[in-house]
Design a protein around this ligand. Structure first.
Ligand SMILES: *Cc1c(COP(=O)(O)O)cnc(C)c1O
Length: 378
């Protein structure tokens, strides 16, 4: 079955009991046991729920993994995955990681004596040189946020394998439609399903997929113990979002490509970051492991004044945190997603106060470019 079909029929779709086409929402905390000597499949919804199962099976199928797990947010998913490590373990992590992941590693897990080394993962040599005796994890995001830097997933996970290290990839920006890290050698994929998978800016959710059953069991143990599960209503919303992933992604990516090329020609714009753009450093590697540039781009204005004027005046788009919704969202990383990264670190990464990130939505591209043009020319 091709990907577009699997989106619709991958979760077992039709309900065996009733024939319902839409997965029923099992809004229950507990389950009656009909036979005291032989308990049923479900007993308590933290441990398992049929609606959550449908989503977990669906995402596992789409990411080509053995097990899927649904969490109450992307950060709950990421924190739960990091919780499979122990005090004394060392993790190599990409420097321009999502702000919340940076906070979780530097302010939470470091307190439990898990050690992190931040590297520029787009440079495979830096990853290679960071391995230590106690390295147990390699944590990557590609393309990264907000500068869309590209990591060679095949090469990085091969290195990790040689060191007996687990590779974890945050695949939020691409979604399994465009990139499937487990097929490239990674061991665990994490998602903020709040973004492209949900797709409508109406739910907070996180997903994990593991390549092996054994890793799945380890993350499940954390899910059941720590308890940051996704409720059945929200599972249903993510299942519904996933049904249209392909058509949304195709349309948004098409718009993003046009907007990136238009911005690239403007004299007010210093640089455009979009992985499918001809001038993008990581383009070749990216297109060897993903089926397109995606729907997120960033750009730098040539002055702070123009950056502020643009943000305060751009019409028909949201100026907000988050991405991956049907509406275009313009965000300002230094005050939003990357506010928790110290200025010194941000400057080192190139996340400056003239940088704007755009999650391109499904608006008519002519209207979108007109809105940008108007705000740029003020
Ligand atoms: C939003 C985001 C997260 C965090 O997800 P939440 O659902 O907001 O908790 C993690 N990684 C990336 C790349 C994100 O964009």
């Amino acid at each position: 079955m091709n990907f577009g079909t699997r989106l619709l029929h991958g979760s077992g779709d039709i309900d065996k009991n009733t024939g319902a086409l839409s997965t029923p929402i099992y809004q229950t905390s507990t389950f009656h046991q009909f036979d005291i000597d032989n308990f049923g499949k479900y007993d308590y919804s933290r441990s398992g729920n049929p609606t959550r199962d449908a989503l977990e099976n669906l995402i596992a199928e789409l990411e080509s993994g053995q097990r899927g797990l649904a969490f109450s947010s992307g950060m709950a998913a990421i924190s739960s995955v990091l919780s499979i490590f122990s005090a004394g373990d060392h993790i190599i992590i990409c420097g321009d990681v999502y702000g919340g992941t940076y906070r979780a590693s530097t302010q939470l897990f470091s307190r439990f004596n898990i050690e992190f080394t931040f590297v520029d993962a787009s440079n495979i040599e830096e990853i290679k040189n960071a391995f230590k005796e106690n390295t147990k994890g390699l944590y990557l995001e590609t393309p990264s946020n907000p500068l869309l830097k590209v990591t060679d997933l095949r090469a990085a996970s091969k290195l990790a394998k040689e060191h007996g290290t687990i590779t974890i990839v945050d695949n939020t920006f691409m979604s399994p439609y465009l990139q499937r890290p487990l097929e490239l050698g990674a061991d665990i994929v994490v998602h903020s399903a709040t973004k492209f998978l949900g797709g409508h800016s109406d739910v907070i959710a996180g997903l994990v997929v593991t390549k092996t059953k054994e890793l799945g069991d380890r993350v499940y143990q954390i899910q059941n113990t720590f308890g940051a599960i996704l409720g059945p209503q929200d599972c249903w919303l993510i299942i519904r979002g996933i049904k249209t992933l392909k058509v949304r992604m195709d349309a948004a990516q098409n718009n993003a490509d046009k907007l990136a090329n238009w911005l690239d020609k403007r004299k007010e714009v210093e640089k455009v970051y979009y992985p499918a753009l001809k001038s993008h450093e990581g383009r070749e590697v990216h297109l060897s492991q993903a089926d397109g540039g995606g729907a997120v781009l960033s750009f730098k204005f040539n002055s702070l004044k123009r950056t502020k004027i643009f943000l305060n005046n751009v019409k028909n788009v949201a100026v907000a945190v988050s991405l991956g919704g049907v509406e275009t969202i313009v965000s300002y990383p230094v005050k939003m997603s990357h506010a928790s990264i110290p200025k010194k670190e941000r400057d080192k990464l190139g996340v400056t106060d003239t940088l704007i990130r755009v999650s391109v939505g499904l608006e008519d591209i002519k209207d979108l470019i007109d809105s940008f043009k108007e705000a740029i020319e003020l």
